[in-house]
Design a protein around this ligand. Structure first.
Ligand code: NAP
Length: 172
């Protein structure tokens, strides 16, 4: 899941905390989805901007060669480098039947879209235009996402979660 501007940016710039511009309704959805999930997956920068010691996390980073605890005193938070470590090791780490929530940023989104393993994609579109910033995906234009996902057999649903914010859900 991610929240973005109408022009497809997930952050205004490096180090931006989206909670400064996302709606209360999006925040509620984020908390609900985290609570419903066994694990969250994110890039190192997103993790470092929102450290939460009590959450089970897989954090993508090229700093490691094997799956390693982020901090020896924190349980259930691991660095994972998909360039080196195989997908089967990711599955072993989180468990085959686990609910896994992907929390970005850009290249983590790219990775999971390319891997084609997502059953549900939640996109909160806030009524903002950033024009520049950190993009939701790097290998696909945000405006082409819908046709890309429909071609991959996702079904699109869309609803307003407040007067101006839209939640788009793709499921399959
Ligand atoms: N609006 C939203 O819903 C939303 C969601 C997520 C993030 N954000 C925001 O987006 C910004 C961060 O996003 P970002 O894209 O710049 O950074 P990011 O994905 O959070 O972190 C980037 C780092 O993650 C690691 N990484 C990412 N993909 C990898 C891969 N395929 N293989 C190995 N390592 C990988 C690398 O770490 P190393 O440098 O350690 O190798 C890379 O430098 C923040 O401002 C954050 O708040 C917004």
């Amino acid at each position: 899941m991610f929240a973005c501007s109408q022009d497809g940016f997930i952050a205004k710039k490096e180090g931006d905390n989206p909670s400064l511009w996302t709606s209360e309704e999006d925040h509620k959805l984020l908390i609900e989805n985290i609570d419903r999930s066994d694990w969250s997956v994110m890039g190192r920068k997103t993790h470092e901007l929102n450290p939460k010691q009590n959450r089970k996390r897989v954090v993508f980073s090229r700093k490691v060669k094997i799956i390693e605890p982020i901090n020896p005193i924190i349980k259930n938070q691991f660095y994972f480098n998909p360039d080196i470590t195989q997908w089967s090791d990711f599955e072993k780490l989180v468990g085959l039947n686990s609910k896994v929530l992907i929390l970005g940023g850009t290249r983590v989104h790219d990775f999971f879209l390319y891997l084609d393993v997502l059953s549900k994609i939640y996109i909160t579109i806030e009524p903002l235009n950033f024009k520049t910033g950190i993009r939701a995906f790097s290998f696909i234009n945000f405006n082409d996402l819908e046709s890309f996902l429909i071609a991959k057999n996702y079904r699109k649903e869309q609803k307003k979660i407040n007067e101006k914010t839209i939640l788009v859900t793709y499921s399959r």
